[in-house]
Design a protein around this ligand. Structure first.
Ligand code: KIV
Ligand code: ZN
Length: 529
């Protein structure tokens, strides 16, 4: 090693801080299959705050009443990160964001306007001068309402660089505190992004007074590589989503960007405030909220990300972990081993394991969960993290009483439908037994339960999904019903899918009774379960 490189190694180089701007609830949520209700957004927003993101983009308030209310709820409830809302470069949108975020601890208005020739000509029908003037006017108006204003030059990557420099310089002069350079269509390569950001750092007037931001889409599978190239070239905010969900092929995956910066810290010399052991629990929560499984081979948070199957790899791992492992699974919230607990494990071990998976319970709930865990451990040879997650989800506080399932029996009559009998016990002491026929055992059980509880349900959707591996995996049932104009969901988790369906139906029935919503009016349609 030369003296110069020895000296360079000896002098500690200061690490700079990168702001993580999470847009799971806006760019992520607007993609098909990922929409979230207000309650779901709030749940995710709290998890993102716990994770340590700097900014939560909570939605696009002018897009709909529901979006406005979701942004408002996040702004009101969530403390820690800056809460941001998206606006077109129009006063109505900007004012809507200001209203929706007025209860936030710290708010940001995020304005976007396309700058590329193709968007100017075919979408906006605006000249360069008109785009420039509209952007400046919008930023000035936003600054009257909020101190923190971000401007995004939509389709920046396909914009003439001189014009992009002119627009960014002008919006900084008008008061923008963050300028974002999106690769809206996921077209760039890392080299191009790197040289563009380096040029912006040299030529945009006032760039040192603001934060330069990257927002990359994944149409060519380059969103994370492009985001890292932008950061290496001077960006200090990165826009991303959990699991990379987002428009079309999605956005840069937060967990990948963060772990690349951390694992290759000697290269990037950049830090984030992300609590990396919460990456996996947050990704699991998103999967649960939107009902879409994390692909097994997903980097950082997929089930296989730390599984070593081949004999050669296992041998290397046993000799020295770093032969095949560049990150420790526990650093991203995975347990080191997939086989966690068995039927001889105690309550403390269960509490610790659940806590490491991001589930905290008080003593009473833990005892209830422990009983269910023991029952599961008796039925299964191995209890995996995903089983524990499933148990914890089944312990939703909303799922408790007044009705409890005491007995369930279902039989399928090949080619001739199915029958089921149930016995329910109410917290007031009533015991109700009912039997019903159905197209299949799930249908029969749902009918028997609703009859026993004296209700009829209008079922919108019913799904069963496997939550873990193997023939003895747990299944999760999700039942959605319409009830007096409201949508209600029930969930159930069991190794027996008929029992899972029964739990889901019971949760709905209980919710209706607890909310005192009265009886539903429509019977279960024969083909709906
Ligand atoms: O991809 C994009 O250009 C956007 C902007 C609104 C930032 O999502
Ligand atoms: Zn985007």
């Amino acid at each position: 090693m030369s003296q110069a490189s020895e000296a360079a190694k000896a002098v500690p180089v200061a690490r700079e801080r990168v702001r993580v701007f999470d847009t799971t609830l806006r760019d992520g949520e607007q993609a098909p299959g990922f929409s979230m209700s207000r309650a779901q957004k709030l749940r995710m927003a709290q998890a993102l705050a716990d994770l340590g993101v700097d900014v939560i983009e909570a939605g696009f308030p002018q897009a709909s009443e529901g979006d406005f209310e979701s942004v408002r709820a996040v702004a009101t409830e969530i403390r820690g990160p800056v809460i941001c809302g998206l606006a077109r470069a129009q006063f109505g949108d900007i004012e809507a964001v200001a209203r929706a975020t007025e209860t936030a601890e710290r708010a940001r208005i995020h304005i976007f306007l396309a700058t590329s020739p193709i968007h100017r000509r075919h979408k906006l029908d605006m000249s360069r001068e008109q785009v420039l003037e509209t952007a400046v006017r919008a930023v000035r108006r936003a600054r009257e309402l909020c101190e923190d204003v971000e401007f995004s030059a939509e389709d920046a990557i396909r914009t003439e660089p001189e014009f992009l420099i002119e627009v960014l310089s002008a919006v900084i002069e008008a008061g923008a505190s963050v300028v974002n350079v999106p690769d809206t269509v996921g077209y760039a390569t890392p080299e191009e992004i790197g040289s563009l950001f380096a040029r912006l750092r040299r030529e945009v007037r006032g760039i040192d007074q603001v934060i330069l931001s990257a927002h990359c889409h994944d149409d060519l599978g380059l969103a994370v590589a492009n985001s890292l190239a932008a950061l290496a070239a001077g960006a200090r905010q990165v826009e991303c989503t959990i699991g990379g969900i987002g428009e079309r092929a999605g956005n840069a995956a937060l967990e990948e960007v963060v772990m690349a910066l951390r694992t290759r810290g000697e290269l990037f010399r950049l830090d984030t405030a992300i609590r990396t052991p919460l990456l996996y629990p947050t990704a699991r929560l998103l999967a649960d909220v939107v009902g879409a499984a994390i692909p097994r081979n997903k980097a950082i948070v997929g089930e296989n990300a730390f599984a070593h199957e081949s004999g050669i790899h296992q041998h290397g791992m046993l000799k020295h972990r770093e032969t095949y492992e560049i990150m420790r699974p526990e650093d991203v919230g995975f347990s080191r081993t997939q086989l966690v607990l068995g039927k001889h494990s105690g309550k403390h071990a269960l509490r610790d394991r659940l806590a490491s998976l991001g589930h905290e319970f008080d003593d009473e709930r833990l005892s209830e969960l422990f009983t269910r865990f023991k029952a599961l451990a008796d039925k299964k040879r191995e209890v995996f993290d995903s089983d524990l997650d499933a148990l914890a989800l089944g312990l939703d506080p909303d799922a408790v009483g007044p009705w409890k399932l005491q007995h369930l029996h279902a039989t399928t009559h090949l080619g001739n439908g199915a029958s089921a009998s149930v016995k329910l016990k109410h917290s007031d002491g009533r015991l109700c037994a009912e039997a019903a026929l159905g197209d299949g055992p799930v249908h029969a059980v749902l009918r028997a339960i609703t009859r026993a509880a004296g209700m009829a349900l209008d079922i919108d959707d019913f799904q069963i999904r496997s939550l873990s591996n193997g023939a003895d995996a747990q299944g999760r049932a999700m039942l959605t019903v319409q009830h007096n104009g409201r949508e209600l969901c029930g969930r159930g988790v069991s190794t027996d899918i008929v029992e899972a369906a029964a739990q889901a139906a019971l949760e709905v029935v209980n919710r209706i009774e607890r909310l005192n919503l009265g009886q539903a009016t429509l019977p279960i349609a024969a083909n709906q379960a």
